[in-house]
Design a protein around this ligand. Structure first.
Ligand SMILES: [Zn+2]
Length: 415
């Protein structure tokens, strides 16, 4: 059971959430875009709280804020908690912010109780998680995990400003960004508290979620080649209608996740029709197909079925179909022992929990490349996120921070 000495201060946590939520607030929602003046102001606010919790702060070359408190055993690697404080345009007050401020509340509670962990404790604010800037996301956590790609270095944002400039604005240094990298063994574990951003917990009325893994994503460009011809004079049996064939493909994609249940979700999110004229039999169609699942095998199975269905549809409609994979982000499973800590932490707090996958990406998926990582979810009302209507009730925010504290104490004792 939790004791008085290990209970977070719910009122204070929700006060800091409200205060951070005023930085960059607009009538349309939150506008704390990475590297913007509001982002800097938000980071300064969080750093002030970190100092109050007795932590020492540095900014790494990737612009990540790393607050650290020494542990009693100098030989142990740090346990890290973290998330992000940047938002999407017209975003909400909880995505990312709860993970950072919940972690700070945990550190503050420990400091007030004079509880020094065996492991050093780190709280990390990752830069540009959302990728609104440069359209390259998880920038800070990927830099830390050694997962930067060549295109990251040359990134220029929509205002024509380079990553080099943006990083120096937040205390980073592109020329030394490789030094932001940390290696397996440097951290004992990484834990992230986050709102679910989906409806599962809210609908079930379950206060806590143990994340089983972060969804993988396969994206395909599907090109359907038929023959454009006169819509008035071409008899139906003679047509090679690319759009009619594409329509079957849209429904076949949907069935992969519904009737066949091969992967969790499957979407055709865009379509281009050529020549796109009402009096012409469509000659060419391009579809964007996306699959997501926490099991990479499920993604591969969905791909196999899509290719088989596409071949049949092509035959039946006298067109040809070409499928090219354009993105393959593998699923990132959370280790069973990390999921177990989340479940145990919920039990200690007397709170119901359930296991669920994360349909959105998070810094934890990058960190998982260098250390065992775990995530705890709290409900998002109606599953709304990346919106000014994003909301998690104060009691749920507090439950999440309490779970994070319980997890940390167990991890500190066992790892
Ligand atoms: Zn987030």
């Amino acid at each position: 059971m939790t004791t008085a000495s290990s209970t977070i201060n719910a009122g204070r946590l929700n006060r800091t959430l409200a205060e951070l939520g005023r930085i960059g607030e607009t009538p349309g929602g939150m506008m704390r875009l990475a590297y913007s003046p509001y982002d800097l102001q938000g980071r300064e606010y969080a750093m002030g709280l970190m100092r109050q919790a007795g932590m020492e702060i540095r900014v790494d070359p990737a612009g990540n804020v790393i607050a650290r408190k020494a542990g009693t055993d100098p030989n142990l690697p740090a346990i890290a908690l973290g998330s992000h404080t940047d938002t999407v345009p017209n975003g909400g007050k909880y995505d990312g912010a709860l993970g950072v401020l919940g972690a700070i509340e945990v550190a503050q509670t420990l400091a007030e109780n004079g509880h020094v962990l065996r492991h050093p404790l780190e709280i990390i604010i990752f830069t540009n998680e959302e990728g609104t800037r440069f359209h390259r996301w998880l920038l800070g956590s990927r830099a830390m995990a050694g997962l930067l790609e060549p295109e990251d270095y040359d990134a220029v944002d929509d205002e024509g400003v380079s990553l080099e400039r943006r990083l120096s604005d937040v205390g980073g240094d592109l020329s030394r960004i490789d030094q932001a990298r940390r290696f397996p063994g440097e951290l004992a574990a990484y834990f992230e508290l986050h709102i679910e951003q989906g409806p599962t917990l809210h609908r079930a009325g379950t206060p806590l979620g143990a994340v089983t893994g972060i969804t993988g994503r396969y994206v395909f460009k599907v090109e359907v080649q038929g023959t454009a011809n006169h819509a008035g004079t071409t008899p139906m049996p003679d047509r090679h209608d690319a759009l009619a064939a594409a329509s079957h493909l849209v429904l076949a994609t949907q069935r992969l996740a519904t009737d066949a249940e091969i992967c969790r979700v499957a979407t055709v999110g865009n379509i281009q029709v050529t020549p796109n004229a009402v009096n012409v039999v469509p000659g060419e169609v391009t579809l964007g197909v996306e699959f997501r699942d926490v099991d990479t095998n499920a993604l591969s199975a969905a791909e196999t079925t899509l290719r088989r269905d596409a071949a049949e549809i092509a035959d039946a409609n006298r067109v040809s179909v070409n499928i090219t994979q354009v993105e393959a982000a593998r699923a990132v499973p959370m280790p069973a022992r990390m999921q177990g800590l989340v479940a145990e932490a919920a039990d200690q707090a007397g709170l119901a929990w359930e296991s669920l996958p994360s349909g959105a990406g998070h810094d934890a998926q990058a960190m998982a490349a260098i250390t065992e990582s775990g995530m705890v979810f709290v409900p998002s009302v109606e599953g709304i996120s990346h919106s000014p209507h994003e909301f998690t009730p104060p009691a749920d925010c507090a439950n999440g921070a309490q779970a994070l504290l319980n997890i940390l104490l167990m991890a500190d004792a066992r790892l």
